[in-house]
Design a protein around this ligand. Sequence first.
Ligand code: E85
Length: 182
Amino acid sequence: ILGGREARPHLRPHMASLQLDGEHICGGFLIAEQWVLTLPHCPQLEEKAELNEHVQVLPFQREQRDVAAGTVCEVAGWGTVTHSGRRPDRLQQVERPVLSRDECNHRTRHDHSITPNMMCTDSRKRDTCKGDSGGPLVCNGVAEAVVTAGSRVCGNYKKPGIYTRIAPYAAWIDRVMGALSG
Ligand SMILES: NCc1cccc(Nc2n[nH]c3ncnc(Nc4cccc(O)c4)c23)c1
């Protein structure tokens, strides 16, 4: 997270740090007792999470409606906090306003590459960065989307932050969780 600040301890009990050999690789978040939602390229879980006051599930959006442009959402992660790639010890958070898909698709920004299954937030100074991928964009307490790297650029207003919206995949998520809830 660039331009953010340390998250208050225990206010985001849904956040997951997906690690490989003890190194943070991606964010993710609990959507059910034994399921973390993240991106396909991130390391998968070896065993169930144990829910408690510090480990909780975060509801995700199921309605197929875009978040209104201008809505201020929040994103948290253990991603790099400087352009030189410094990694934080503690979870960082930042608030970002949603950018309309039309604005984001402008040819000087992501040039019509943002599909209806994606959404954007303003990236001037405050933005997601390497290692924040997989974490949730939370608007009004609901996970609306998952951080993706897109053009990998961080903190440049010409390249707004890009996210994969969750609602289009709600049915698929339910099928996978239901089918494999052995
Ligand atoms: N803001 C969008 C976003 C979300 C999630 C991840 C990302 N970036 C990255 N994802 N993976 C990466 N591998 C190498 N470098 C990367 N970005 C980078 C690194 C140093 C300086 C800088 O300005 C940008 C990224 C970018």
